[in-house]
Design a protein around this ligand. Structure first.
Ligand code: COA
Ligand code: AMP
Length: 632
């Protein structure tokens, strides 16, 4: 792919079905689609409705059959255990086929759900591919979530099988996953038939007879399962993401559209050639990990890195440079927070001098807005282009970008680039009218959405319609606010709902409020995202206590911090709560969360004239001041 971005985008504008139809041959199909888009039931659309294929075949078997059996497919690099292991395409195929056989032996069939709760170990990738192989639907849950979050996903997905690691390894501690799973299964109404446990030396798990089975033993005893043919519109996976309430949203990804979109993106967006090494430094529990640690690189015949470590502390801020250099990485994809962490530890990137980064061509950032300062620093120290691109779990691949595989356009730090072919983006006002270039509004994409976009929420089409399609008829409402400038660059500035992005992780402040209100002494609360130099945003909570409570405020605040950790997980990064007399509200009773966030950030709040009692703000300022906000 070497034409201009403009020509490519215009080709999509001219005929979107022809555009995607030309990309169908990037994959092997058992039955190639005769129809590209099913637009019979707007606002719901399906891509490649009569196509049939197998995603695992396209990730593994296809490359082996094409003579690339001995090429590296998966490179596991784990500084936390001191392990490195490379799987060729043939080896990864063997593992996936055996795991698929083991799942089958446990009664897992096409359409059954398998929940995967694993750290960044090869078995996580193998389990995902094994599900794809037999047409089972995987649902990966990030290890940083606590038992109640896991339980709610188990009840929603009703898996026949749970696959888990005995523990995860964080730099400062070993996190025992299995007790968390046991607790979740006690909380959940649904009971899976079996749990398949990968025992890890750092903390082997105790097993429950009859229910729990050992991963290694089950695979050793299993026959290899072959790929089954599935419909392009069958689900490949469910990935839960934060919504505006505590109920997680099960984003469904279908088989055919996902495979076409991801295969296409490897060359178009990232400029990769088959055989090269791609590294998404994320986690398989997030969409970036699904798409760019597992599926996209393998679909494209690239090697992918599975890194079980952090940007800093495993052992130092040179870890990313070591991995790039040691494994000849061409392209790295990570969240800006990782680069802020590296920069904080090694501002002049002195550790970089020890490594040869000759293979390295480009850095891609997403998950939160890449602040211009971080982009410029990364460009300076690495000497390669740094591209921000905008993403959502719902879309599965980037909505905007700089398109390294085209003769692109120059980077504007702070902008996430221009729309990917597939997305007709507009900025709308509250009435759904397009606003002029350069003005901020709601970012929305005209329907139909491209292949790869989630067709529904698991078991809840109505919620899907309500959350995404009702706000602006004919559009997908992204829930992000931003602008498109005169030259077509997209600037994504903030969420329009209560979602925050903390260290590249998507969190719901509404879900945290639901936890805080369960505290016996708390009458009312507000959780807001405040600026954090490392993580972008962190949540803080303000608590109004019930009348007559005489216990120490600090003790109550500390209890609420622990409650969020127990109910949602360490990943929530909820470390600060403060007691206030009253929350600032409008006369109609709406809590002014933006005003609280502005005060905590040290910005001048935009106080609406409808505020019920402006004097409440003094109490908020002093309570925030007492817990260290705003930071100097
Ligand atoms: N399993 C269990 N616990 C986990 C976990 C996992 N997979 N991932 C994180 N946690 C825990 C952490 O140990 C930490 O616990 P603590 O409160 O006891 O210290 C807590 O969750 C918060 O984690 P995090 O927000 O990641 O903060 P951190 O200080 O541990 O690390 C960074 C900060 C910036 C180094 C880290 O977030 C990072 O590497 N980010 C890279 C970007 C990324 O992965 N983005 C994902 C989407 S692209
Ligand atoms: P997730 O679904 O976890 O990928 O989070 C999606 C959200 O992260 C988006 O709705 C944005 O708010 C934010 N986000 C992701 N990438 C970017 C980016 N490049 N610039 C600004 N915000 C981003």
């Amino acid at each position: 792919m070497s034409g201009s971005y403009e020509a490519l985008y215009q080709a999509w504008v001219a005929d979107m079905e022809a555009f995607w139809g030309e990309r169908v041959p990037m994959l092997d199909w058992s039955r190639a689609p005769s129809r590209m888009l099913d637009a019979d039931k707007p606002p719901f659309y399906r891509w490649f409705p009569d196509g049939e294929l197998n995603t695992c075949h396209n990730c593994l078997d296809r490359h082996v059959e094409a003579g690339h059996a001995d090429r590296p497919a998966l490179i596991y690099d784990s500084p936390v255990t001191g392990t490195q292991q490379t799987f060729t395409f043939a080896e990864l195929l063997d593992c996936a086929a055996r795991a698929a056989g083991a799942f089958r032996d446990l009664g897992v069939d096409r359409g059954d759900r398998v929940l995967i709760y694993m750290p960044m170990i090869p078995e996580a990738v193998i389990a995902m591919l094994a599900c794809a192989r037999i047409g089972a639907i995987h649902s990966v849950v990030f290890g940083g979530f606590a038992a109640p979050e896991l339980a709610s996903r188990i009840d929603d997905a009703t898996p026949k099988l749970v696959v888990a690691g005995s523990c995860g390894i964080e730099p400062n501690r070993v996190v025992a996953y299995k007790p968390m799973l046991d607790q979740a299964l006690e909380l959940a109404d649904h009971a899976p038939a079996h749990c398949l446990i990968k025992q890890r030396e750092a903390s082997p798990a105790s097993m429950i007879d009859g229910r729990d089975l050992d991963w290694d033993r089950a695979l050793a005893a299993a026959d290899r399962a072959e790929c089954v043919t599935v419909s392009a519109v069958d689900p490949l996976y469910i990935l839960y993401t934060s919504g505006t309430t505590g109920d997680p949203k099960g984003i469904v990804r279908d088989q055919g559209g996902h495979a076409v979109a991801l295969a296409n993106s490897m060359a178009m967006t990232y400029g990769l050639r088959p055989g090269e090494v791609f590294w998404a430094a994320s986690d398989v529990g997030w969409v970036v990990g699904h798409s760019y640690i597992v599926y996209a690189p393998l679909l494209h015949g690239c090697a992918t890195i599975l890194y079980e470590g952090k940007p800093v502390g495993t052992p130092d801020a040179g870890a990313f440079w070591r991995v790039i250099s040691q494994h000849n990485v061409s392209v790295l994809f990570t969240a800006p927070t990782a680069f802020r962490a590296i920069r904080r530890a090694d501002p002049e990137a002195k550790l970089l001098q020890a490594y040869d980064l000759d293979s390295f061509r480009a850095l891609f950032l997403a998950g939160e807005r890449a602040d211009p300062d971080t982009v410029r620093w990364a460009e300076k120290v690495l000497g390669v282009p740094v591209f921000d691109h905008w993403w959502q779990t719902e879309t599965g691949w980037s909505i905007t970008g700089y398109f390294a595989g085209t003769q692109g356009f120059s980077v504007r730090p702070g902008s996430a680039g221009k729309p990917a072919p597939g997305y007709a983006l507009e900025v709308l006002d509250d009435d759904g009218q397009a606003v002029p270039a350069g003005e901020i509004g709601a970012l929305a994409a005209r329907l139909p959405m491209p292949p790869g976009f989630s067709p529904t929420l698991w078991g809840n089409q109505e919620r899907f319609r309500k959350v995404y399609l009702d706000a602006f008829p004919g559009y997908y409402s992204t829930a992000d606010a931003g602008m498109i400038d005169e030259d077509g660059y997209v600037w994504v500035m903030a969420r329009t709902d209560d979602i925050i992005n903390c260290a590249g992780h998507r969190l719901s402040t509404g879900a945290m409020e639901e936890v805080l209100t369960q505290h016996a002494d708390v009458a009312e609360c507000a959780v807001v995202g405040v600026h954090d130099r490392l993580k972008g945003q962190v949540p803080i909570g303000l608590l109004v206590l019930n009348a007559g409570v005489t216990r120490e405020s600090e003790a109550i605040a500390a209890e609420t911090v622990q409650m969020v950790r127990d109910a949602i997980g360490a990943v929530a990064s909820f470390r600060t709560a403060a007691v206030v007399q009253q929350l600032p509200k409008t006369r109609s009773g709406k809590i002014l969360r933006n005003v609280i966030a502005a005060i905590a950030d040290g910005r001048t709040p935009k106080v609406p004239p409808t505020i019920e009692d402006p004097s409440v703000l003094d109490g908020i300022k002093s309570a925030l001041g007492a817990v260290g906000f705003p930071h100097e």
